[in-house]
Design a protein around this ligand. Sequence first.
Ligand code: SAH
Ligand code: SF4
Ligand code: F3S
Length: 465
Amino acid sequence: MENTVNMAQKVFYIKTFGCQMNERDSEIMAQTLSSFGYIESMNYQEADLVIVNTCSIRAKAEQKVLSLLGYLRKAKKNKPSMKICVAGCVAQQEGARIIERMPHVDLVLGTQQIYNLEKHLQRVDLEGSIVITDLHDKYQIPQFLPEISSLGRTSENNQPSPSSRPCSRFVTIMQGCNNYCTYCVVPYTRGREVSRRIADIVDEVKILVAEGVREITLLGQNVNSYGKTNAVGEPEVPITFTDLLKVVSRIEGVTRLRFTTSNPKDLTDELMCSFRDIANLCPQFHLPVQSGSDRVLAKMNRKYTISEYLQKVDTLHEYCPEIALTTDVIVGFPGEDDEDFEETMTLLEKVRFHGSFSFKYSDRSGTRASAFLDKVDEGVKVARLRRFQGRQDEISLERNREYIGTVKEVMIEECAPNGLRGRTDTNHIVHLNDCSVKSVPGEIIATKILRAGQHSLQGEIYKKD
Ligand code: SAH
Ligand code: SF4
Ligand code: F3S
């Protein structure tokens, strides 16, 4: 208790890079710090503790972290009592090298250590700089009960993320990845797959709905493997991801359920049926394909072919005709030639994804692909990315226009003076520009879609004739 009094005035600032796992981890660290007296600030210059929660998925993500740490060196000169913590995937991968290069960093916190933040900060006070990056195969995700933070966060690109929407929250169900796609650092930065106890997941969801949350997104790097590995403390009965979805979908108050991310190789018929059978599972699915070429997919170690992927897409449409599919694509993977890339373009035409995230292949140290010799020229990568993104933008607009004239249930997320913003179950953002309409986040409003842009829809309240 004494600590609480001593630390009552301390201020922290968290900058989050990377994926939703990191966003959720930042919320956990923020809640931990608040519980022992810290208050959050949006200004790093005044903070006693700055946490940089990092991502190393591509070189660009890592460079952003390094430049922020450069600014922090100056901020610490002005405020020498400032403590700087580097958490997340760069911390896990780089470990002690971070402090060697940047002695102004006080704590390097690995990805399995965020729940012990308080203990490690106390050690920093006593011992000076420390590096804690142990990764355990039998890691057990600790029980951690949520509290709604009053500060809404936005993701790195300032898009509203579930954590910044009062009616929507992420719930981590597993950590790590065993797939070893040849380009990817995640198995090294997050360790082996571990599933969180189902009872802890259910408790967390129940608390969230009691606080007014209506939409839950279950999170993991590879959710389809839930229950296969280290469901520590669970009964001997295997629990599949589909079982978990059913359990969470039945919790009273969960109006909308989503999940991310899935590897197509583990997508079972049972899981695809869930889009037909679970009423509150939203008709939206992020299914990263990475490439349209079987040759490239094999080199990526993805373990599926394009015909298997397309078969699954067909089955999903059969079970759930309104499903909106999105994907991830890497262009310029080592050895990708013009023909391989054309196959990616052909796939885009066949599936007509509602949206996609596409990236130039980026060499990551420690991955198998970084040792491949047939790297693609940077100029070729840039041209391929531009072409893919250009066509995807056109398709997204065409897809969005298909909604014009339809009536959609829109869950309201933000009530601003100039109108309301919400989301369809298919995960499309909708603006209702009628200032006279009053609403609250979480309310569902039947909306007639009037216009469509590339990234959002516009509509008005639907009035029955
Ligand atoms: N677990 C998720 C992926 C998480 S990483 C999944 O398997 O779907 C998010 C995306 O980053 C990946 O889908 C991939 O498209 C991209 N990515 C990962 N490593 C990359 C690299 N070395 N270069 C470029 N893009 C990469
Ligand atoms: Fe990375 Fe592949 Fe695992 Fe996704 S499935 S996190 S891309 S190794
Ligand atoms: Fe980045 Fe780590 Fe997520 S590398 S994408 S923050 S798992």
